[in-house]
Design a protein around this ligand. Structure first.
Ligand SMILES: NC(=O)c1ccc[n+]([C@@H]2O[C@H](COP(=O)([O-])OP(=O)(O)OC[C@H]3O[C@@H](n4cnc5c(N)ncnc54)[C@H](OP(=O)(O)O)[C@@H]3O)[C@@H](O)[C@H]2O)c1
Length: 265
């Protein structure tokens, strides 16, 4: 069967909106989100589903996966651990089967490493290994396992994009954030290299920092933080969806590919 190229439709073209730029419908865009049951990942699942995308999401706790999937019956919940090598191919196959391919992979699931946060000298090797396994090696394996699906999407004239969720800790050496910061720095640089290597195959890779959000991860890292001073995950998700829309319109300049999502939104 010949597949039609993805044709995003511009909402509001015939009736210009007075409250901002026209919004793209993401109808039929095939998106996978890791860590889709909490915080930013859950907000992404909800926003993408609301924009008409076909969404598959991954998390470890089966009960939460089932709950989110039943609240959003058009989405596909997959129980899996991105830090476990043994889970990678099963997760990738289930994503590709559920969505009949893949256009956008969002590597969002993350580990802080030691909780409470610890100075590097007090960090157990196992906690560093967990941060690296979840935040760098897991996204590497899953991206690698899904490259064929993404390259196929690009060949069919569809978008092909990987978004790796980064952090300001990737570039700023915050004391106590050593395991997390080192893993996010590696993820950021790996994203740049993937992007340089995959551009000729039509697959783009970006790293985006969503900013400090009111989520369980932030509460575990900074329990004393006032949640009212933090960004709502839904707002960060809306900014990432806007970035996907810009990508679909071929409007993402090279220098905007690896940065805070708010910086040039
Ligand atoms: N919150 C912030 O202020 C902030 C700031 C900058 C960047 N970020 C980044 O934003 C992203 C989302 O963070 P968040 O604050 O929304 O986190 P969160 O609320 O703790 O949610 C994490 C999600 O990932 C899942 N998860 C964790 N480890 C996993 C694994 N090994 N395999 C599969 N799923 C896993 C969790 O479900 P299970 O536990 O059931 O697996 C949950 O669905 C992360 O990449 C984080 O580094 C956050």
């Amino acid at each position: 069967m010949t597949r039609l190229a993805f044709q995003p439709s511009l909402d509001g073209q015939s009736q210009p909106s007075h409250d901002g730029p026209s919004r793209l419908s993401l109808d039929g865009l095939r998106v996978a989100v890791t860590g889709g049951t909490s915080g930013l990942g859950l907000a992404l699942v909800e926003a993408l589903d609301g924009h008409g995308a076909h969404v598959a999401f991954v998390a470890r706790r089966e009960k939460l996966v089932t709950e989110v999937a039943s609240r959003h019956p058009n989405t596909h919940g997959i129980v899996g651990d991105v830090s476990r090598k043994e889970d990678t191919h099963r997760i990738a196959m289930r994503i590709a089967a559920a969505l009949d391919g893949l256009d956008v992979l969002i590597n969002n699931a993350s580990s802080l490493g030691p909780v409470p946060l610890a100075l590097l000298a007090d960090t157990d090797c196992e906690d560093l290994e967990e941060a690296l396994a979840t935040n760098v090696v897991g996204p590497f394996r899953l991206t690698k396992a899904l490259l064929g699906a993404l390259a196929a999407a690009a060949r069919e004239g569809r978008p092909a994009l990987v978004i790796n969720v980064s952090s300001d800790a990737a570039v700023t050496p915050y004391s106590g954030w050593g395991a997390y910061g080192a893993s996010k720095a590696a993820l950021l640089h790996m994203s740049r290299i993937w992007d340089a290597e995959l551009e000729r195959h039509g697959v783009r890779v970006v790293a985006l920092d969503p900013g400090d959000m009111d989520t369980p991860l932030h509460a575990a890292a900074v329990p004393e933080a006032d949640p009212t001073t933090l960004k709502r995950p839904a707002d960060a998700a809306a900014e990432i969806v806007a970035r996907i829309e810009a990508f679909l319109r071929h409007e993402t300049p090279h220098e905007a590919r690896h940065e805070a999502v708010t910086a040039s939104a």
